[in-house]
Design a protein around this ligand. Structure first.
Ligand SMILES: Cc1cc2nc3c(=O)[nH]c(=O)nc-3n(C[C@H](O)[C@H](O)[C@H](O)COP(=O)(O)OP(=O)(O)OC[C@H]3O[C@@H](n4cnc5c(N)ncnc54)[C@H](O)[C@@H]3O)c2cc1C
Length: 380
């Protein structure tokens, strides 16, 4: 019998188990594979931390709170999963509406992004061409080393007493009297608890097929390249960046001497259990086209590794954080729509608060299961 069973050891489940264990709760963290395995959405080397949310105060406030928690986690672990390298936003054409909303939203919230006209972009960031303008949020935001941080959260939870089980796929939630009573794994084990947190990433609809907000697992391709001149592609000469109206974004040298460049496509539906390191010539062609146009010196670089990651898209790109209907002791956290990682440590704290105290200081109305989602075609 546990206080809380957490299903899924991605960043959301791992962080939940970490906070619950810190609070002295008896926790089982169950994963069908293992924390930060290659198929998990959390399992890449870098996830961007950007503050701009088109003026949507709640998200920006949550980013700021999450950054403080990442820093605290780093201090406790003696690590630096969070790299505060700022974020460079570029646009290829002028007056891209979402781009401007992002910039103006930051100003409205009291941040001081530095506007860069085409000449200044050329001077400061000669890695880029065909860019109209941009802005830099200096020393604020950056990225989190995602896979290592995810694994460290589960490890920290284990060291604080949590039972972390790998190869433990929950196939059924046993119910009685309006409560979930047990999580049953494929090999027939039953885990009983007072509260259940389901944080199963893109697999969520398989365990909870009746959710009122649809969650679609989509294919997103990312690439690691060896730059010709590593210094020119390392921070501070290159911060994490995105070229908004191309949907391409990237990170300075951070893994095996490589930069990462990826496209935010909200792509085709993808089975999350599928193999990830398959070939995708179309994605490579798109990458080369982007590089030739906007980062020409990188276009000749060798692509040393590519893989497919999965977003868990809701129609409106807002998250799902709510109790299951008519189940007062089961909480679902899913649908992080390709922008959830940076919040992971905060979402874990929120879920732990909901599990232990039944409340949080955050207004979660926007993330309710009974909202009417209005479709969006992007999330920047
Ligand atoms: C290419 C890409 C780029 C991204 N870029 C960013 C970014 O720059 N910034 C940002 O903030 N976010 C970004 N994101 C989003 C972010 O990575 C995700 O929102 C976040 O990792 C979701 O974490 P999770 O814990 O919900 O899911 P996951 O990491 O997928 O974890 C879910 C876990 O649940 C386990 N599981 C599933 N079903 C079961 C079951 N039945 N029983 C037991 N275990 C189960 C799985 O094995 C898995 O380990 C990006 C995502 C992708 C794919």
């Amino acid at each position: 019998m546990f206080d809380v069973v957490v299903v899924g050891a991605g960043v959301m489940g791992g962080a939940t188990a970490y906070w619950l264990s810190r609070a002295g709760k008896r926790v089982a963290l169950l994963d069908k594979y293992s924390p930060g395995h290659v198929r998990a959405s959390s399992a890449d080397e870098s996830r961007m931390v950007r503050y701009q949310y088109r003026g949507q105060t709640l998200y920006t406030e949550m980013v700021a709170a999450a950054v403080e928690l990442w820093k605290d986690f780093d201090r406790r672990m003696g690590t630096s999963f969070y790299r505060e390298q700022g974020a460079l936003a570029l646009q290829a054409k002028p007056d891209n509406a979402p781009f401007m909303e992002g910039y103006e939203g930051l100003l409205d919230l009291g941040y001081q992004p530095r506007w860069l006209d085409a000449g200044e972009v050329r001077r400061r960031y000669p890695q880029f061409t065909n860019v109209d303008s941009g802005y830099l949020l200096e020393d604020l935001g950056g990225y989190v080393a995602a896979r290592p941080a995810t694994q460290a959260l589960a490890q920290a939870a284990a060291e604080l007493g949590a039972d972390v089980l790998t190869g433990a796929e929950v196939t059924e939630l046993g119910e009685s009297g309006g409560r979930v009573t047990r999580a049953i794994t494929r090999d027939g084990r039953a885990f009983e608890a007072e509260v259940f947190v389901i944080a199963a990433g893109p697999w969520t609809p398989m365990l909870l097929p009746e959710l009122s907000i649809p969650i679609r697992s989509t294919a997103e391709r990312l690439h690691y390249l060896t730059p010709p001149d590593p210094d020119a592609y390392s921070y501070p000469r290159l911060p994490p960046f995105f070229v908004m109206d191309t949907n391409f974004y990237g990170f300075p040298v951070h893994w095996r001497g490589c930069v990462k460049v990826a496209e935010d496509t909200i792509g085709a539906t993808f089975d999350p259990d599928r193999e990830r390191e398959h070939e995708d010539p179309e994605a490579l062609t798109k990458l080369r086209d982007f590089l030739r146009r906007h980062m020409p010196d990188l276009s000749k670089a060798e692509v040393v590794y590519s893989k497919t990651c999965t977003y868990s898209m809701t129609p409106d790109t807002d998250f799902v954080i709510d109790h299951l209907p008519d189940m007062e002791n089961a909480i679902v956290a899913a649908g992080f729509s390709g922008h959830g990682f940076k919040f992971g440590i905060l979402i874990g704290q929120i879920l732990a608060d909901l599990a232990v105290h039944g409340r949080t200081r955050w207004d979660l109305t926007r993330f309710r299961l009974d909202r009417e989602p209005v479709s969006m075609d992007g999330h920047w």
